[in-house]
Design a protein around this ligand. Structure first.
Ligand code: NAD
Length: 381
């Protein structure tokens, strides 16, 4: 069978779902690899590099979609791209199945199969295919770099002949995959880092990375994430008030705030309110990694950088992984390649779409003329 990767069509998207390295691995599984001309260029992979790795270059998106049995891409397909799917083709891509009914219906009508990368179950066996994590890791790191680029001071404290420089104080709100990556990057640059999460079990991870976990003055236990499969759920009003009170106290002290708080299948909770932005020092920077889901910060504008009247920069970019396109593409292409490995148990270049396999079933949102989302809960933890 043939697996092909088109050029991403969303403006500004620089990632690509197949790299020359991943193509070599896919060929070992028995597949013939195709790529649309120029698809890898923005991520630093030339047509010549693909050719050298044995990939066939297709001149147009149409030709690519027509010839490939399996299409691997990054972004949620556009209507035009969905229109190119036909019966028996398999699409592997981010798909946002919870908010993409039209896409699911289109796949059903066509009889095409769709594997949504954000639906890969978060169980140990599937970590190698977990594109949400590989991209969140990049976003967290890049958020710190972007903050530094907009912050006119050192991260690290220094004592120099010309004077004493205090370290930057960084607060990370939400210590999931992106938050932990942000903590790691900020600590390594020498900042004093604080972090908060509603899941108390992350305190140990936060502290082991050299940051301080922010505890609330709250009598009941903090939320128990274990009850929701490791994810956060909506906070009680009392808990939320305690959280906001703590943030209000911290706001004037923080130089950089990075927010990553998300609750699956919901708008991002608003946690850093207008008065907290106002209480921050001139020159402080906020990076809102939840911007795509509505933002954690009052004043975030998705895909923009705004500077408030009191001189606080709020960054709401939603393309952090694409800003590190070479690395992001390599990691994403590896996630895809591992998915293909599981789909090709015989290494014979033929997809065996085994719906009894927890990981494949979990990620498949349309199969053989049916919508298969949402999936049943996975059997193995
Ligand atoms: P996410 O992107 O859904 O959310 C980011 C963080 O925001 C989470 O830590 C969440 O608790 C936090 N949050 C939500 N509401 C908040 C609030 N009001 N205030 C502060 N923080 C808030 O989460 P994620 O980074 O994708 O991962 C979440 C969980 O999944 C973690 O437990 C992680 O370890 C786990 N995980 C497991 C695997 C696996 O394969 N086993 C892989 C990846 C992630």
């Amino acid at each position: 069978m043939k697996i092909g990767t088109p050029k991403e069509v969303i403006e500004g998207e620089a990632r690509v779902a197949m790299t020359p390295d991943s193509a070599l691995q896919l060929q070992k599984l028995g597949y013939e690899c195709l790529i649309e001309t120029g698809a890898g260029l923005a991520a630093g992979f030339t047509d010549a590099a693909y050719k050298e790795a044995g990939v066939t270059i297709k001149k147009t998106a149409n030709a690519l979609w027509k010839d490939a049995d399996i299409i691997a891409k990054v972004r949620i397909p556009t209507d035009e791209e969905m229109g190119r799917l036909t019966k028996n083709k398999t699409l592997i891509s981010f798909f946002n199945p919870g908010g993409n009914e039209a896409g699911l219906e289109a796949a059903k009508a066509k009889g095409a199969n769709v594997i949504a990368m954000e639906m890969v179950p978060r169980i140990s066996r599937a970590q190698k295919m977990d594109a949400l994590s590989s991209m969140a890791n990049i976003a967290g790191y890049r958020a710190v770099i972007e903050a530094g680029n907009n912050y006119g001071r050192f991260f690290t404290g220094q004592i120099t002949a010309a004077g004493k420089v205090p370290p930057a104080r960084v607060l990370v709100v939400g210590a999931g995959v992106a938050g932990l990556a942000a903590i790691g990057a900020a600590v390594s640059l020498g900042a004093v880092v604080y972090a908060f999460d509603v899941r108390p079990e992350v305190a140990e991870q936060v502290e082991s990375m050299g940051a301080e976990f922010v505890y609330l003055d709250f009598e009941e236990e903090q939320q128990d994430g274990a009850a929701t499969g490791g994810y956060a759920s909506v906070s009680s009003p009392e808990f939320r008030e305690a959280q906001l009170a703590k943030f209000r106290e911290l706001a004037p002290e923080m130089d950089i705030v990075i927010t990553t708080a998300l609750i699956p299948n919901r708008e991002a909770p608003k946690l850093w309110l207008e008065d907290m932005v106002k209480a921050m020092k001139r020159g402080s920077v906020i990076v809102d990694l939840a911007a795509e889901k509505g933002g954690n910060v009052e004043g975030t504008v998705a895909d923009e950088k705004v500077v408030t009247d009191n001189g606080v920069t709020i960054i709401g970019y939603t393309d952090f992984p694409s800003r590190m396109a070479a690395q992001a593409s390599s990691l994403y292409a590896t996630n895809i390649r591992h998915m293909m490995t599981d789909l090709t148990p015989e290494k014979d270049g033929q997809v065996n779409h085994n719906m009894d396999d927890d990981v494949i079933r979990g990620a498949t949102v349309a199969f053989d003329g049916e919508i298969t989302f949402p999936p049943p809960p996975p059997k193995v933890a």
